[in-house]
Design a protein around this ligand. Structure first.
Ligand SMILES: Cc1cc2nc3c(=O)[nH]c(=O)nc-3n(C[C@H](O)[C@H](O)[C@H](O)COP(=O)(O)OP(=O)(O)OC[C@H]3O[C@@H](n4cnc5c(N)ncnc54)[C@H](O)[C@@H]3O)c2cc1C
Length: 387
């Protein structure tokens, strides 16, 4: 069987590329090493569908605009999976980002496609879930999206399947040999080796991106990246007033406290990681860091024994002298046009902009693929309900 497109990975990007490819009429197969979708980064995110207010600080305006547009589409196409939630930004006397700066950022965010923001009155502060009010200067409230990343990924994959894409779990990509017409793809399924052919190969393997690319012949060049670990904690509590956008007193990074399945999700951290991506684990210092942020801002303090769960995921970020917090979050689509024009790799990216990324992937590969009849437009396609 020859496919038009084989996709490695059933995270949000692999699912979205399969959906976009199947919608464009291409014969598509997804290979995933684990037994279900969203087994890696796409189940370890902060679960936000957002433009990313803080990316304005580092001038990533086009990223914010694209994400806000995709947020709007998801609210329309998947209202059962994505909903708007209030985000509260408390500003204290010693908060580094001053009120004028936050107002300016929120104003720009609104202009780029966000919903209007407001300043809470002092009489509303007592409703803020036990937030400390000593030396509190003001609280700004705006709105952004929240989702369940696992269900979102499964819904996108299910949409791809209903458009005709095939998905095979517990199939590990081993290597590919490509020429100017096609790629032969070798993978392992339950101990036995298999070979298939495809016009093009999409490497949507998240933190494994370079280890997959290193097994392609002729050897394509790879981008220099770092893996940055981000940890979240689930702690007891009930945040009635939405999400709290907190400035970590230790290093002024943004940390979120979010209502999550009847408890609180706290995250995230950023620390360099090297080693096997499947072995990533929350570190004790990250857990202490997140608890300290929470305890700095809320009256009802938590201790280590109250942590109900902790999980860590890996961001793929381009190598840079900058801190991980300030580095570009743009998605990079990489093809080595000279050595291996039929292999496209996705580096980094956002859960929020998965559809737009997939659309760009298909646009880049279209000249290499046969003509097919378009079946659907992912900009307006409703996502199914999944359990
Ligand atoms: C801590 C953290 C918080 C984040 N929060 C947000 C957020 O709130 N909002 C947002 O928009 N974005 C967020 N992001 C970004 C977003 O989560 C990621 O960009 C996205 O999930 C990456 O998806 P992916 O499909 O590229 O990778 P993954 O989800 O990692 O999927 C890659 C898949 O490839 C498979 N694979 C790898 N190698 C092979 C092989 N050899 N054979 C077969 N299969 C293979 C893996 O098993 C895996 O399932 C966050 C990221 C992190 C790390």
């Amino acid at each position: 069987m020859r496919y038009d497109l084989v996709v490695i990975g059933a995270g949000i990007h692999g699912a979205a590329v399969a959906q976009a490819a199947a919608a464009a009429g291409y014969r598509t197969l997804v290979l995933e090493q684990f037994d279900q979708a969203a087994s890696a980064t796409s189940s370890k995110s902060s679960k936000l569908v957002h433009g990313g207010l803080r990316y304005l600080e580092s001038g990533q305006i086009s990223l914010v605009r694209e994400c806000l547009l995709e947020r709007r589409r998801l609210l329309k196409n998947a209202p059962h999976l994505v909903h708007l939630t209030p985000f509260n930004i408390p500003i204290y006397k010693d908060t580094q980002r001053r009120p004028w700066k936050i107002r300016l950022g929120l104003g720009l965010y609104t202009l780029l496609g966000g919903k209007a923001f407001k300043q809470l009155t002092k009489s509303e502060w007592c409703e803020l879930d036990g937030l400390r009010t000593d030396s509190l200067n003001s609280v700004m409230r705006y709105y952004d999206g929240q989702t369940d990343d696992v269900r979102l990924t499964r819904a996108v994959l299910s949409s791809a399947q209903s458009l005709g894409a095939e998905v095979q779990f517990e199939c590990t990509f081993e290597r590919a040999a490509c020429n100017h017409q096609q790629c032969s793809i070798f993978y392992r399924e339950q101990g036995s080796g298999k070979e298939i052919r495809s016009r093009a190969l999409v490497n949507a393997s998240g933190p494994w991106v370079n280890s997959v690319l290193n097994r392609v012949e002729p050897a394509p060049d790879t981008l220099a990246i770092e893996l940055v670990q981000g940890t979240h904690l689930v702690v007891p509590g009930n945040l009635q007033q939405g999400i709290y956008y907190l400035e970590a007193p230790q290093d002024q990074r943004a940390v979120f406290a979010m209502p999550w399945q009847g408890n609180i999700l706290l995250g995230t951290t950023e620390s360099l990681y090297s080693g096997d991506p499947s072995a990533v684990q929350p570190r004790e210092e990250e857990i202490r860091y997140l608890l300290a942020v929470y305890n700095h801002y809320f009256e009802n303090t938590l201790d280590r024994s109250q942590v109900m769960a902790a999980f860590a995921g890996l961001r793929v970020l381009p190598n840079s002298e900058d801190t991980a917090f300030n580095r570009s979050r743009d998605t990079l689509l990489h093809i080595d046009e000279v050595n291996c024009p039929r292999v496209l790799s996705i580096y980094g990216g956002k859960l929020t902009s998965h559809r737009a990324t997939a659309e760009q992937v298909i646009r880049r590969l279209k000249p290499l693929l046969p003509k097919r009849k378009k079946q659907a437009d992912t900009r307006t396609l409703s996502l199914p309900s999944v359990s």
